[in-house]
Design a protein around this ligand. Sequence first.
Ligand SMILES: C[S@@+](CC[C@H](N)C(=O)[O-])C[C@H]1O[C@@H](n2cnc3c(N)ncnc32)[C@H](O)[C@@H]1O
Length: 284
Amino acid sequence: MNPTTTAKPPAEKRSAQYDAFHTARARTDLVARLYAAAMGEDYPAEVAASSSCDWPLLGLMTTRLRMRPGQLLVDAGCGTGGIGLWLARALTLRLESFDLSPVAVAQAADRRTHFGIPAQRAVFHVAELEDTGLPDGCAHGIVCVDALGGADDRDAALRELGRVLAPGGRLVMTWASRRDTAPAWPERARAADLTVEHVDERPAEPALWERLYRLWIAHADELHSELGETQAERMLREAHQVLPALSGRRAVVLTLRRPANATDSRGAADTMTGPGRHDERTPQ
Ligand SMILES: C[S@@+](CC[C@H](N)C(=O)[O-])C[C@H]1O[C@@H](n2cnc3c(N)ncnc32)[C@H](O)[C@@H]1O
């Protein structure tokens, strides 16, 4: 599911659309099988993302985050949660994940057990990228995979994620743009008081989307019968809309960093106690 490309309805309606997708996807393994077919050996089956998340991206996020055991990772626009859970298990992190879709959040919380992460170490909540509900400077790392395009106001979303980062913390996120235009991220990062630490090209990603969309189109009948008319039509519309633009697409992974605080280079989150830090929220 590539949210950067379709026209944007209002927030509740958008949540309903994502809810419908996650509900339909949970009923069948067809969507996962098509992602697996499109990615081949690069498909991380356990993560089962609804995005461009493959093994190379997981490896890159692991490298760029530079996190230490016990630190707090936020998975922003987590979907069904596999990316944050995988990273939290691999790096022994605390995790706070959020998504606009209550259905996705409930599914993500259910997957905690599979990853062997206790409830105190992984918290999930419903929130928007522009208003995460998280305290200032609580996160040493944030990942945001194929979700920023869902924000009504991307600049506000970036500012909000920057606010949540501890001094010295990093936001690792996917970003798609057109090849023939100057990238918008330097200016947008600056406006959010973040510095661009790395820009990693993902040259194989447009071809991945092309393979996936062609598979959706080739399996249109199965999509209809397993996901229902509305969801299948939505996916097929996306495939037909996006396919022609893929050859001009540039996909990168950005690592944006909140400048370290000169007076406390450990970052605010290192000084916090308790499992997730702001424990008034009940783990779901
Ligand atoms: C393409 S999916 C990616 C999910 C997950 N990051 C992954 O890679 O599997 C995009 C997700 O972003 C969420 N989303 C879209 N707009 C959002 C917003 N404004 N605030 C929070 N989440 C949002 C959707 O509900 C959806 O689960």
